[in-house]
Design a protein around this ligand. Sequence first.
Ligand SMILES: Nc1ncnc2c1ncn2[C@@H]1O[C@H](COP(=O)(O)OP(=O)(O)OP(=O)(O)O)[C@@H](O)[C@H]1O
Ligand SMILES: Cc1ncsc1CCO
Length: 742
Amino acid sequence: MPVDLSLYLVTDSTPAILKGRDLCTVVESALQGGECCSSLLPIIQLTPAGVTVVQYRDKTNDTGVQVETARKLHQVTKKYKVPLLINDRVDVALAIGAEGVHLGQDDMSFMEAKKLLPENAIIGISTSSVEEARKAAADGADYIGIGTMFATPTKTNTKSVIGTAGTQVILDAIKDSAIGTVSIGGINHSNVQRVLYQSQSPKKALDGVAIVSAIVAADDPKASAEQFVNLIRNPPRFAQASNPPRANEAEALLNKVPQIIRNMVKVHPLVHNMINFVVSNFVANVALSIGASPIMSPYGDEATDLCKFDGALLINMGTLTSESVSNYLKAIKAYNDRGNPVVYDPVGAAATHIRRNAVTQLMAGGYFDLIKGNEGEIRQVWGSSAVQQRGVDSGPSTLDGNQKATLARDLARRERNVVLLTGATDYLSDGERVIAVENGHPYLGQVTGTGCAVGTISGCFLSAHRSDRLLAVLSGILMYEIAAENAAAKEYVRGPGSFVPAFVDELYAIRTAAANGDDSWFDGRAKVHEELPIAAIMALPTRASRIRNPALFICDIQDKFRNGIYEFPKLVSTTEKMLRAASTLQIPVFITTQNRAKLGKTVPELQQHLNGPHIRADVDKTLFSMITPEIEKLLPAPDSAPLDVVIVGIETHICVTQTTLDLLERGHRVYILVDGVSSINPEERGIALARLRDAGAVVTSSESVLFEILGDAAHEAFRAVSGLVKETKETTKGALGVFSKI
Ligand SMILES: Nc1ncnc2c1ncn2[C@@H]1O[C@H](COP(=O)(O)OP(=O)(O)OP(=O)(O)O)[C@@H](O)[C@H]1O
Ligand SMILES: Cc1ncsc1CCO
C-alpha cells in the first residue's frame, strides 16, 4: 500500500520526553501542524501536509497498556486520515486494526508478518546496510527506515550511525526499486534540510524523515511539525545545482577566470577565519593582499553577527583544542542557515584520534561548500581509516593522479559540494567536472600555511562568485599559484624565506592589475586540464594491501553452459560472492558474454548484481579474450597505474586463458580464482592454471583475494566483507572442495 512518508512521527512514551503530557494529545497537536501550509509548492519531491504517518513505539509498557494506548491513538490518527503503524508488535496491530507495522531486524520476519496481517497492511523494515535494504526491497516491504542518521544522546551506538554518506550508498543500492525510504536518527529542525539534500543519490532520494523527540518533546508539537513541513518543502539555502560537464570545459572555465578575479577584488569580501595560530598572521596578509577583508575569530557565538556581512567562513582545525569543535559547529550553523559559503580545511585530519573524531563530528554537523586538503586529509574525510599522517603534512602518497582525481570527484559527489585536493598538481571537482591545476612552485610546499591560505582565498572567491563554486575556487588557486610562480622567478628570491614577502607582493600586483582591468598577467599562464577519472574510489587501497587497483572480470557465465561445464553452480556461487563484494567495495566490474544471441545472457542468479555505477562494461563478443576493443578503451592508459584484475568465468583454458595473457601483456596483474573458473573437461583447468601461473598470473582463491583487497581489519568495508565471507562459508567450502583438486 503506498504511504506518504514525508513527515513520519515516531512516538516515545518515556516520561522525560512526554513531560507529564498525554501521548494522544501530543500526537494530535503534531497532526494539526502543517494544515496552514498546504498551498506551498513542493521542492524536494515531498508533499507533506503535517505529519503524514504515525508510528506507535513503546518499548516499556506491557501488552495491555500498549493495546489501550494504540487504540486511543488510532482514533486520533483516523480523524486526520493518517496511517498508524505499530512498532514490533504485530499482535497489537491486529488487535486494534492498525494500518500496519514497523519491524526491526530482530523482530518477526517480514514474511511471517505478511502472513498474519491483512493483505493491504503497510509493512516497514528498519535497515542500516545495503544488504538489509536490498532484502527488504526484494521481499516486497512497503518502505524501509534507514538509520541511524546521527548519534543522539539516547542512541550512542556509533557503529550503526551511517550519516548522509551511508544513507546515500543504501539509496543508490536500491535505486531500481519503488520501495519507500525514510531516514531516522537524530533528525531535527537544524539538520533536516541537509539530510534530505546530502543523502540524495543520483537516482533515488529519501521519501521522508522520521522524527522523534524534536516533535514529541517539543513544548509546542504543532509548531514543531509546522516548521518541519516548511523545511522539508524547501531546499537548504546552500543548495546548488551542479553544472553539467561540457566539452572543452577547462578552456571554457579559463576564459571566465580573469573576470571572476576582477569581480572578487571589487566585492572586497569578508572572510571569517577560524584558523590555527601558526599561520594566522600570514593568512590574514594573503587575504589583504588579494583585496579581501580577513577577520580571525575562534569564538563560535560571534558568527551570528559576522555571518550577516555575507562573507565566507573558513574552518581550519590546525590547532584544535577541546573547545574548537563546539565553536566550529555554532559558526557553521550560522553560515549554513544564511546560505553563506563555508570552507573546511581538515588540517592533520589523519594524524591523531582526536582529529579523526573531529572530522566525523564536523562532517555530521554541518554543510561545507568546499572541502580542501592534501591527500592524507582528503582520504581521511572520505573515511579511509587506514590513513596515517605524520603531523600536518600529507605523508607519502599512495595514489596516482587518476586516483586523486577520482577521490576528489567521488567525495564532492557524495557530499554534494566542491573538493580541492592540493599537492604539486591540485585536483578540483564538483562531483561532475574534475580539473587538474599544475601551476605553483615547489617553494609553496616549503612554507607553512600556504595550504591554509588556499582555504582562505577559496572562501573569498566563493563569497564573491556564487553561481559556480568550482569556477570560483579555480580562479582563486590560479591567482595564487601564478603569483607564486612570479615570486619564485624574482632574482632576489633565494629560498622559502625570501619567497614569502615576494609572494605577498605578487598577489598584490595581480590584485592591482585586476582592479585596473588589466588581465595580461594571465595570458597563457594557466596549466590546467580536465581529468577523467575511471576508477571508483571506494576501492582505495589501504597501506597493507598489495592489490592497489582492483577490477573484477566476469567471463562468459551464460545459461547455455549450465549443463556442460564442470561444477557450474559452484562457479556461479563464487562469482555471486565476488559481485556482492565488488558492490560493497565499489570495485569496477567488467562482464562479457560469448555470442549472447546463441548462448544466452549472463545467468539469472547473477543478474541482480549487475547494476550500479561500478559496473563498467557488459559486452557481447566473438573474440575469445575479454579484451575486446570496447573493453580495451576502458582500461587505464599504458602509463597509468596497472589494474589488479580478479578473474572468474569459463572456460579456463580458452577465454579465461586468452584474457589473462592479454592483460599480462598490457602490464596488468591478474588473479585467477581457482574456485571461480571452470571448463567442460575438468582436466583442462589444471593444465591452463599451471600455464597461466608460469606466464605470471597469480592463482589463488576468492577468500584470499577479498582479504588481500581489504589488507587491514581497520578498512571501512571490513565488517561488510567479512560478514559476506561468513554468510557464504558453506558454498565457499563446496566450491573449494571440487575446484582445489586441480
Ligand atoms: N611541488 C609543488 N609544486 C607546485 N605547487 C605546489 C607544490 N607543493 C605545493 N604546491 C601548492 O601549494 C599550495 C599548498 O598545497 P599543499 O598541498 O602543500 O598544502 P598543505 O600541505 O595543506 O600546506 P600547509 O598545511 O602547510 O598549509 C597548493 O596551492 C599547491 O598547489
Ligand atoms: C605546523 C602546523 N601545526 C599545526 S597547524 C600548522 C600549520 C600548517 O597547517
